[in-house]
Write a protein that binds this ligand. Structure first.
Ligand code: AMP
Length: 125
């Protein structure tokens, strides 16, 4: 079901459970503020999810309430993950679904990193 990005954080969501170690993930990167892991249902040869460790529902919530340190760590880590995965030369796409019209399903902010093939138009026409 699509997420209402204006709702309070629900700490039973799947990514909160991954952060607590209750569910497994194929980890790509971790630091004080950020965790990244492979998407369980990849839509491209490389499909990584980058999440903040803090409890933020969406891009909207994060951009409004996260500390400067959390935001800097998230942006720096996202670039570093793509760079260290060798994605810069061939190119990649980052995407953060936010709320119903975007189709956001998991109510914990996540940045999708897609790569590994030509990714086609930015949106279905
Ligand atoms: P979104 O539609 O932007 O909320 O994307 C949610 C993403 O989370 C989808 O691409 C799912 O395949 C992915 N996902 C759901 N559960 C898991 C999980 N346990 N581990 C890794 N990725 C997951």
């Amino acid at each position: 079901m699509a997420v209402d990005a204006t709702q309070p954080y629900d700490d039973s969501n799947i990514f909160a459970r991954i952060l607590r170690g209750e569910l497994p993930s194929k980890k790509v990167y971790e630091d004080e503020h950020v965790l990244a892991f492979h998407d369980i249902n990849p839509l491209a040869p490389t499909h990584i999810l980058v999440i903040p460790k803090g409890a933020y529902v969406s891009w909207d919530d994060f951009s409004e309430k996260a500390s400067d340190a959390e935001i800097a760590a998230f942006v720096r880590a996202s670039g570093r993950i793509a760079r260290e995965a060798g994605l810069v030369e061939s190119g990649y796409r980052v995407l953060a679904n936010t709320g119903p019209n975007s189709g956001q399903e998991v109510p914990h902010l996540h940045l999708h990193v897609f790569a590994g093939r030509p990714l086609g138009p930015m949106l279905a026409r």
